[in-house]
Design a protein around this ligand. Structure first.
Ligand SMILES: NC(=O)c1ccc[n+]([C@@H]2O[C@H](COP(=O)([O-])OP(=O)(O)OC[C@H]3O[C@@H](n4cnc5c(N)ncnc54)[C@H](O)[C@@H]3O)[C@@H](O)[C@H]2O)c1
Length: 259
């Protein structure tokens, strides 16, 4: 362990799978005590077991991030058990592809609840603890779909774009308190959720990867590395930032091709 987060108390939501699991494991490997949240208690327990087996410290905390009282309980419970809270990674989220004309009210509102309300609940509850502490790092997982339009992801993309503005507003409002608030916009990661989505698309994996400047999907561990850096003092002057971790996708101008 190299201990950049030694002794810090961290919460990662949606940490039973994919990016959240990788973030929880990375933060634990850096010395943090990690509260592993998920709506699925079995996968949360599995992540905890993996962290403990690697010599880290972690505990599972069931909770649905779309329910404000669950998020408040998650954060207040961590503070009651550990006396403080240093890092919150609002990561749980997801969405499915539906064209706007086929999109029900329930689908639209469901994506907004899962991807935006959850982050608002998490940021607000974390600020209640971190502002009086005078320190803390809040990280939220946005998406490349919140930076540029992806057909079929209008609801999910709108929520992820709002996460970016929520991050900026919160950072500017509370920068003077010592709390830093940033977001990561992942490109296409090889997680189970993304694999399922790609399977439902005609392009296929090779055709998809050919369009990514680095010619490959990302790994959840590559988002976890960015999250751990944002959680650490090495990013002490980074605030209100949205970091694309996407193999160059966001930098690539989506203009008509000449060749
Ligand atoms: N995978 C990608 O390519 C990609 C790209 C951009 C952004 N993202 C974002 O990254 C985050 C993680 O995605 P992933 O690919 O690791 O997904 P995943 O499906 O592998 O993991 C998501 C986890 O969140 C949990 N979860 C779902 N709803 C929850 C709720 N209401 N409360 C608590 N936990 C809940 C799930 O049980 C699951 O363990 C999401 O916010 C997603 O939108 C992913």
């Amino acid at each position: 362990m190299d201990g950049r987060l030694e002794g810090r108390i961290a919460i990662v939501t949606g940490a039973g799978s994919g990016i959240g699991r990788a973030s929880a494991k990375k933060m634990a490997s850096e010395g943090a005590v990690v509260v592993v949240n998920d709506i699925n208690p079995e996968t949360a327990a599995r992540t905890v077991a993996e962290i403990l087996a690697a010599g880290g410290r972690a505990e599972a905390a069931f909770g649905d991030v779309t329910i404000r009282t669950d998020v408040d309980t998650l954060i207040d419970g961590a503070v009651e058990r550990h006396g403080r809270l240093d890092i919150v990674h609002n990561n749980a989220g997801g969405g499915t592809t539906v064209p706007i004309l086929d999109m029900s009210d329930e689908h639209f509102l469901g994506d907004i609840e899962l991807n935006l309300h959850s982050v608002f609940f998490g940021i607000r509850a974390a600020l209640r603890v971190m502002v009086p502490q005078g320190a803390g790092s809040i990280i939220s997982t946005s998406s490349g779909a919140g930076l540029g339009a992806v057909p079929g992801l209008a609801a999910y993309g709108s929520a992820k774009a709002a996460v970016i503005m929520l991050t900026r507003c919160a950072a500017v409002e509370y920068a003077h308190t010592g709390v830093r608030i940033n977001a990561i916009a992942p490109g296409s990661m090889g997680t189970p959720a993304f694999g399922q989505w790609l399977d439902s698309m005609p392009v296929g994996l090779a055709g998809y990867e050919a369009q990514i400047p680095q010619n490959r999907l990302g790994r959840p561990e590559e988002i976890a590395d960015a999250a751990a850096w944002l959680a650490s003092d090495e990013s002490s002057y980074v605030n209100g930032a949205v970091i694309p971790v996407d193999g160059g996708c966001w930098a690539k101008l989506a203009s008509p091709k000449f060749d």
